[in-house]
Design a protein around this ligand. Structure first.
Ligand code: AGP
Length: 606
């Protein structure tokens, strides 16, 4: 998955595009490149391996005035990270220049045809076939050439294309990968995501699949793949560009951990009216739900862990069975769904390919689909039957934190709302009242970080961690393990605490820390026994426990306290220490916390 950005207009755009790529680096950072056309019609094309800072180095001292350009930051799919595989790519005549986010599935046969037609390739990428196809199809009209080209390729793509012989036009096309178009009076922008251009424009058009945009300084026209003009509505985004900045924190991840009190509060308040849960975007009524026998929740990664907690929430409130699937599994198991099914997809980005395809399968099978997403106008938000936004604000750190707790807040709210639709009055007032207390409670948990620095000092050299919890906190154990492994690169496993004795306890020795979620709950004594099983084998115990629990001190090397809360709501608190443990250990290890190796913020490829 990659990030693309483009500009055409009256301003000098080099810094605009480099700044835009900076906001998109979370989407991939194996290499970066920028192509510009200066006012004397010279082409400037620079590429660099690795992070954007290396490309910026290439532009040190660059003074040409440029009013047209396209840029790209890459997460390699086809072709190793290298300068030759970095975008932008050119055709044989070096006239057309292109950037691409996505995957071209039929690129091998296209490449063979093009080579047989005399084209020479400079890279190993799938992308390069597109720009040679444009060259092949060009007959004086770039829009026509692009139209022919995109009707030839299969796969997912967001494209930016320019013709150095016509620097008054920039063309974009979108199918399967996100792309937005931004516009002011005398300048236009394209970008994979809004933070890249928010600083310059709030007037945003979200492109849909099979759409082409023709941008000139003073105009934007949208077309379908048959070349028919289409009218698109723009939105005025009220996200403050500063939200997408680090605001003084060392990393976006830490900023986003600290934003959680606001994120969960705003997510909650966006869902209640007169102390009742209210989802105006859900076109779902009693009639639609009368034969509801099961709910499916489908997601990936952290969103999957939120979905597992959603199972506990929905089954307690609705007493209806809930199946939770990894999207990459759901897609291929021919799920049993029909018109009475409800399928909820959970995704921060709203673009994760596996989850998007799962959504499409559910729709094809007649299910009512709901997307819980954090990105306004994301593909899932526009393809699901109903959409619910988490109001976490832009989440830039690859490791998801505030989106996770906002997803939980949404799942609590939605469960009670659906209950009311089903005639189940699950103490709605008490739920609203309790959820309102969560935001200040999270504040207390993130208030004191010294203990996390101590944990990092003591255990940042460990090679293995176990995360253990029971019931609704078992998915918190999974999430804690994911957080640690994805940013510190320490192997970590999440497990049901009761499952330890069936194998994983063999991993325990005096160098292996085990993080236990052992807050006040009906299963507290069971978890204490599990802790004793490990400490009897010299394992290190880090406990996440409820304020006032002194007993736990006896069994733990370190205790992190959280405020007392009903177990049903506790994941909103117990997950916070796992985020901070991961953050401070990774920081102690000097890891690249916001851009961990091999990862990307949103995986829009299979
Ligand atoms: C979360 O910390 C990970 N970066 C990753 O597992 C992520 O949750 C997953 O890729 C799903 O992303 P989504 O929520 O945008 O669909």
């Amino acid at each position: 998955m990659c990030g693309i950005v483009g500009y055409i207009g009256n301003r000098d755009c080099t810094e605009i595009l480099l700044g835009g790529l900076e906001k998109l680096e979370y989407r991939g950072y194996d290499s970066a490149g920028l192509a510009l056309v200066d006012v004397d019609n010279n082409i400037i094309l620079k590429k660099a391996l690795g992070k954007l800072v290396n490309l910026k180095e290439e532009f040190k001292g660059f003074k040409n005035e440029c009013h047209l350009g396209i840029g790209h930051t890459r997460w390699a799919t086809h072709g190793r990270p290298s300068v030759k595989n970095a975008h932008p790519h050119l055709d044989c005549q070096e006239r057309f220049i292109l950037v691409h986010n996505g995957i071209i599935e039929n690129y091998e046969e296209l490449k063979e045809e093009l080579i047989n037609n005399g084209h020479t390739f400079q890279s190993d990428t799938d992308t390069e076939v597109i720009v040679h196809l444009v060259e092949e199809n060009f007959d004086g009209d770039l829009l026509e050439a692009v139209k022919k080209t995109i009707n030839t390729i299969d796969g997912a793509y967001a494209l930016g294309i320019m013709d150095i012989k016509d620097p008054e036009i920039l063309i974009a096309a979108r199918h399967g990968s996100p792309l937005v178009v931004g516009g002011n009076e005398d300048e236009k922008f394209i970008a994979s995501d809004t933070p890249a251009i928010l600083k310059y424009t709030r007037k945003i058009f979200y492109m849909d699949d099979r759409e082409i945009a023709v941008l000139k300084r003073n105009s934007i026209y949208f077309y379908d793949y048959e070349g028919k003009k289409i009218e698109k509505m723009h939105r005025i985004l009220n996200w403050d560009p500063l939200m997408a900045e680090k605001a003084g924190y060392d990393h976006f991840m830490l900023k986003e951990i600290y934003e959680q009190p606001r994120a969960v509060r705003e997510t909650l308040f966006s869902k209640i009216k007169k102390e009742k849960f209210f989802f105006e975007d859900l076109k779902i009524d009693k009639e639609r739900l009368k034969d509801l026998r099961k709910i499916n929740i489908v997601a990936c990664g952290t969103s999957y862990h939120a979905s597992l907690i959603g199972k506990f929430i929905f089954e307690k409130v609705l007493r209806i069975p809930v199946d939770v699937d990894y999207a990459s599994e759901f897609r291929y198991r021919d799920p049993i769904l029909d018109k009475d099914s409800v399928v909820i997809v959970v995704s921060q980005s709203g673009e994760t390919m596996d989850t998007l395809e799962a959504l499409r399968i559910a729709k094809d099978k007649g299910a009512y689909t709901i997307a819980i997403v954090n990105v306004f106008g994301s593909t899932m938000s526009r393809e699901a039957d109903g959409v619910i936004y988490t109001i976490a604000g832009p989440e830039i750190g690859v490791a998801s934190t505030k989106a996770f707790t906002s997803q939980l807040m949404t799942l609590y709210s939605l469960s009670v709302y659906l209950g009311e639709k089903l005639g189940i009055c699950f103490e709605s007032d008490n739920v609203v009242r309790t959820l309102k207390t969560l935001s200040p409670m999270i504040e207390t948990v993130i208030d004191d970080v010294d203990i996390y620095k101590q944990i990092a000092t003591n255990y940042h050299k460990a090679t293995d961690f176990l995360y253990l919890g029971r019931g609704i906190n078992y998915p918190v154990a999974l999430e804690g393990a994911l957080k640690l492994k994805e940013i510190s690169y320490i192997h970590a496993e999440g497990y049901p605490a009761g499952e330890m004795k069936h194998g994983p306890i063999a991993l325990v020795e005096n160098e292996v820390p085990s993080v236990f979620v052992v807050n006040k709950s009906p299963l507290y004594k069971k978890v204490i026994s599990n802790i004793q099983e490990i400490s009897a084998r010299d394992g290190i115990i880090i406990s996440i426990a409820t304020n006032g629990d002194n007993l736990i001190q006896k069994y733990s090397n370190k205790v992190i306290y959280i405020p007392e809360i009903e177990e049903f709501y506790s994941p909103l608190l117990t997950v916070i220490p796992t985020q901070l443990i991961a953050y401070f250990i990774a920081k102690k290890r000097g890891a690249d916390i916001d851009k961990p190796r091999n990862l990307a913020k949103s995986v829009t490829v299979e």
